[in-house]
Ligand binder design. Structure first.
Ligand code: HEM
Length: 482
């Protein structure tokens, strides 16, 4: 297209004047003008559905390099030797805001990384916090409704948020982080990332360990206090996107150390909480971070829509040597993202350049569908087994080893004990300095202004079970706000 010396329409016809419509005389009405129709029709269809969550974000590209040998834990090819490099794509986002919403919102941040490995794409679709608000996948959709806009007023609604949280005490750990100094990162470059869920690592002897992924920022961990965040939101709603793009343009390439926490199954069985519960962290003292490599972002997208809006990350993109876990939140996510991408981008989204793997692919059964730009596997049989394929078509050992399950009953069981949700936020709150605690009280009170007293009381009861000092501090801050 770039080699064409003149402007054309979509079908390649040269245009004589791209800025003028065909008219009857110089002052008369329009006459049928297929060029104008096409121009206008393509413009009218520019918007595609935004992501149902994490719509507002920024992306960049770079490299992951292995720095430590972890082959004892995983046979993942891209981690197989020190120095090995793999191309990556990263997308950072806020959760609740629509495209264009203020980046410096008090919200969790998405931290998604795609590794274009030689055995297929591995997507680590995590957040900037190690835990999450809910632990039952059937609550996620309602949780998101409470974070997004009110169905009547179309306003973001703190009453709905506190209503949902106060009725879902398992959220209190994540709520405490959100309301703390960790609630608003200074930029996307100054935050840590987490895979959050418990994953599996599988080595070449088919031995499984449990793991958590951590990305530790090399830029220094920095956040915005609420007053500062409010100013940034007003002055530049695109603050984080702006910062990431221009840092990379200046050659200040952000990087993160990629680390693992490892737990054996024997250790897991002795833990006094469910290690597949997404509202829980693992102690760094007991399970220290093991460095695996470093990721660096050194290229901006040439075209935001093509490379960032059309990026379709999915936790279901796992590679041999890295597996999922029984965490039900992770289990639904293994399929939810492809479903979302089928809706947002279409069933052939996996063929878009930013989604296509860099390794050779062979999926001759995947055919047709809307907007299929490929050769569609030509005349090759579209079924298997077939008697024409003369070569082995499957790779042994590329799926996970068997995972024994100790529960063999199918039931709609609420995960966890009702009271096991308080001990970790309690330990976190008790680590905060006095002035940090004061800021938590103020941040909470600031968002509770004008909401129903019964919701406030219910949430205060939850905070009181974390720590009486937390409840009392917020009560005082609420009186000061009144
Ligand atoms: C985006 C579903 C929990 C991180 C999305 C999208 C869906 C979704 C449908 C939009 C995908 C797209 O249109 O491309 C779910 C469901 C969850 C869940 C059903 C649980 C029941 C989580 C958790 C995390 C997370 C626990 C982090 C630990 C993300 C991120 C994105 C995202 C980072 C944006 C990906 C990107 O940048 O393209 N989620 N999600 N989600 N989700 Fe989740």
């Amino acid at each position: 297209m770039s080699k064409c010396p003149y402007t054309t329409d979509a079908a390649g016809h040269p245009l004589d004047d791209q800025n003028a419509a065909l008219r009857a005389g110089s002052t008369g009405p329009l006459v049928v003008d297929p060029r104008l129709y096409e121009h206008n029709a393509i413009f009218n269809r520019e918007r595609i559905p935004e992501r149902v969550v994490h719509a507002n974000g920024a992306g960049a590209f770079g490299t992951f390099r292995v720095t430590k040998d972890v082959s004892q834990y995983t046979k993942a090819s891209f981690l197989s030797s020190v120095g090995k490099e793999t191309k990556i794509a990263a997308r950072f986002s806020t959760v609740a805001g629509e495209r264009g919403f203020a980046d410096a919102d008090r919200d969790v941040r998405g931290f998604g990384v795609r590794f274009y490995t030689d055995e297929g794409n591995f997507d680590l679709v995590g957040n900037n916090t190690p835990i999450f608000f809910v632990r039952d996948p059937n609550k996620f959709q309602d949780f998101i409704h409470s974070q997004k806009r009110n169905p009547q007023t179309d306003l973001r609604d703190w009453e709905a948020r506190w209503d949902f949280w106060s009725l879902s005490p398992e959220s209190v750990h994540q709520v405490l982080i959100l309301m703390s100094d960790r609630g608003v990162p200074r930029t996307y470059r100054h935050e840590h990332g987490y895979g959050s869920h418990t994953f599996s690592l599988i080595n070449d002897k088919d031995e499984r360990v449990w793991c958590k992924w951590h990305m530790r920022t090399n830029q220094g961990y920095e956040t915005l206090a609420e007053e500062e965040a409010q100013k940034v939101r007003g002055a530049n709603p695109d603050s984080h996107k702006d910062d990431l793009f221009h840092a990379i343009e200046r050659g200040e390439y952000p990087s993160w150390k990629v680390c693992l926490q490892i737990m054996t199954d024997e250790q897991a069985k002795k833990m006094d909480f469910d290690i597949f519960d997404l509202t829980k962290v693992w102690s760094h003292k007991e399970f220290p971070l093991i460095e695996v490599g470093e990721m660096t972002l050194n290229r901006n997208p040439q075209n935001y829509f093509a490379e960032v809006e059309q990026l379709a990350l999915s936790p279901g993109n796992l590679v041999p040597g890295i597996g999922a876990s029984p965490d039900p939140m992770l289990q639904i996510r293994l399929i939810a993202y492809t479903d979302a991408a089928n809706y947002r981008l279409g069933v052939n989204h996996y063929q878009l350049p930013v989604n296509a793997p860099v390794c050779p692919v062979s999926h001759k059964k995947y055919r047709d569908g809307l907007m299929n730009p490929s050769a569609n596997s030509g005349g090759h049989p579209n079924y298997q087994p077939n008697s024409m394929d003369k070569y082995p078509t499957f790779k042994e050992g590329s799926w996970e080893p068997p995972l024994p399950l100790d529960q063999a009953v199918v039931q709609r069981k609420r995960q966890g004990q009702p009271d096991d949700v308080y001990f970790q936020p309690r330990a976190l709150f008790q680590m905060f300095e006095k002035d940090h605690k004061e800021r938590v009280y103020k941040n909470v009170a600031g968002t509770m202004k004008g909401i129903k007293q019964e919701i406030i009381e219910r949430q205060l009861e939850v905070f009181g079970k974390v720590d009486a000092e937390l409840e009392q501090g917020i009560r005082v801050a609420l009186e000061q706000e009144a």
